[in-house]
Design a protein around this ligand. Sequence first.
Ligand code: GDP
Ligand code: MG
Length: 397
Amino acid sequence: MDRRGTKRKMENVEVAEPRNKLPSPAPSMSTDPALYSGPFPFYRRPSELGCFSLDAQRQYHGDAQALRYYSPPPTNGQGPNFDLRDGYPDRYQPRDEEIREGLDHLLHWLLDHRGQLEGGPGWLAGAIVTWRGHLTKLLTTPYERQEGWQLAASRFQGTLYLSEVETPAARAQRLARPPLLRELMYMGYKFEQYMCADKPGSSPDPSGEVNTNVAFCSVLRSRLGSHPLLFSGEVDCTDPQAPSTQPPTCYVELKTSKEMHSPGQWRSFYRHKLLKWWAQSFLLGVPKVVAGFRNPEGFICSLKTFPTMEMFEYVRNDRDGWNPSVCMNFCAAFLSFAQNTVVQDDPRLVHLFSWEPGSPVTVSKHRDAPYAFLPTWYVEAVTQDLPSSPKTPSPKA
Ligand code: GDP
Ligand code: MG
């Protein structure tokens, strides 16, 4: 499908600047959902290439040490009664959000594994490398009415790297985050602690600390339309009882949400929250999201499993619902737009794609700080083992 779909979309690219003003045109791209309906594009079943873990000090380990095991409460009679506020703030070690990690951990993994990548020679040179979370934001863009985004893009040895930049508005909001919102963030992580065990057979231990430096990340290969993808996403846990033990199909995403009482509340949940849950889990191939619903006192009293592939059914007949085809077609069109815009191969050059709700995606060009994001250690290591690097004398020379 995608050939035709993408071409049609590229015709919507408008020249925003007068032609006589700039040496290169400054195109922009509409995010209107009406432009992206049509058949669902090709999306390759995501396959796991590897994984890595970040420890309590946010240090990288090339293994699954941070992976946790899905361990829901027994279903005998009464439901759960998880106090999500327990341990706040005394047993909370939040990650330092001032530290801009960019793609660094993913690049660490890639540096260690670039020699063993499947897909044949040159696969990586044709791929897009990014975080799953960045792709999630692209998927939901046609329906987003509140938060904009900025994505920095650099091409290096063919590969297009995409790394999010925190918008000034997002930074301001983060620095002014109300205490209640901080506690709500903690509660989401606390729910994971009630639902996960450290080892396959054992039970959750909610007595310990909640440390959000710790993360298990899966690294996957996929393709959207004509765009080969290598991306990584944080995974909450694996289900030892899953029908298939093969990742990512054994993975489970855990979420919390406010208890709902009226049909209107459920409708709004399907329209907004379920879209974000679907986009995040669909991209990585996570088959189910287990939701815990919290009451006003901060206790989880009920659980509900949402199979990722059934989420769209809740809005299929809703005029104000979302459509997976629109999400995926927009993402494919954006990736084509980015591929066509970032022509020069230069790790110090950044094309910054910016979007605010109600406006098209725009582009600006930058060199070095503060936008360049490919670290020197990565660029130098990859440059050194180019097959015909002029800097490296061949052993025979
Ligand atoms: P998600 O889908 O938004 O959860 O993001 P990913 O799964 O793509 O996570 C990519 C990396 O970003 C992981 O190392 C996460 O721990 C980290 N991460 C996820 N959300 C946030 C966030 O809100 N702030 C920061 N600084 N890092 C985050
Ligand atoms: Mg989660």
